[in-house]
Design a protein around this ligand. Structure first.
Ligand SMILES: [Zn+2]
Length: 104
């Protein structure tokens, strides 16, 4: 696994070299323990790893300015009747996303 998590060891090369790709080796999937590929520092994240990935995802979303995660709406997916009902593109996409959210 690469790039998703950062090594917290201040003496680790990934903390010193900025442009290096963080690499971790999965030791125990059940425990959620990982070993840094560079300094052999072992981490046990338990629920924390998932949270870190979600935080990363939120950061990505913030950068791109999308409000709805996973709702990458393309106008092609919107049914024709919806396009005809609402003139405004934003309104069409809002209504379309609303239907996805309502039906999940
Ligand atoms: Zn490390």
């Amino acid at each position: 696994m690469e790039g998703l998590i950062n090594c917290k060891n201040p003496r680790c090369i990934t903390s010193i070299e900025k442009d290096i790709v963080h690499r971790f080796v999965l030791l125990d999937k059940e425990e959620g323990s990982y070993r840094c590929d560079y300094c052999d520092h072992i981490y046990t994240w338990e629920g924390g790893l998932k949270k870190m990935i979600i935080d990363k995802l939120y950061n990505e979303v913030e950068k791109k300015g999308n409000v709805c995660v996973g709702l990458d709406t393309k106008l092609d997916y919107v049914p024709q009747w919806l396009k005809e009902k609402y003139q405004d593109i934003d309104e069409i996409i809002f209504q379309f996303n609303k239907r996805i959210i309502d039906s999940t």
